[in-house]
Design a protein around this ligand. Structure first.
Ligand code: ZN
Length: 158
């Protein structure tokens, strides 16, 4: 729905990708986890796999970890190829004054649903349909408000 890396509204898949760099007596691991679009998964897979296949073998646990990481990344890559490609001209959602005004009218409902353990994606989908905005704009609104230092949403009202 919304890529946690690039923010574009597109089909996403949860993946965990790993990278290993072996430095004789130690290994440096890096990983990334989240719901990402096809484009971001491909980029992360290529980077993590290329680094691991060239630099993963040279540490004390390289023989054990490197094949596991390579297998994981390859399987995730192949599964993620089933996702539809992200349209070339797709851009991340934006909050315009019109969108903010529409969502401010539903702020109490959004808060109530999230407080009653509603899933963010489900709440965003429902509110978007009812408000005439996109689910990505609802998620962006919620994350922006939750990061705000102001105690309430009232800070956005004119
Ligand atoms: Zn993405």
């Amino acid at each position: 729905m919304i890529c946690e890396s690039c923010g574009i509204e597109a089909p996403t898949k949860y993946v965990e990708l790993y990278q290993n760099i072996g430095l004789v007596i130690l290994n440096i691991h890096e990983s990334i986890k989240g719901n990402f679009c096809r484009t971001c998964i491909m980029v992360f897979c290529r980077k993590y796999t290329l680094v691991t296949v060239t630099a993963g073998w040279w540490g004390i646990f390289g023989i054990d970890l490197t094949p596991m990481f390579l297998l994981n990344n390859t399987v995730r890559y192949l599964i993620s190829r089933r996702l539809p490609p992200v349209p070339f001209n797709e851009v991340p959602p934006k909050l315009t004054d019109d969108v903010i005004n529409k969502l401010n009218l539903r702020s109490e409902e959004i808060i109530a649903r999230l407080n009653s353990r509603g899933k963010l994606q489900d709440v965003a989908q429902d509110i978007a349909i009812e408000s005439g905005v996109t689910p990505g704009q609802v998620v962006l609104y919620i994350t922006t408000v939750s990061r705000s230092k102001e105690p309430t949403i009232q800070c956005w009202l004119p």
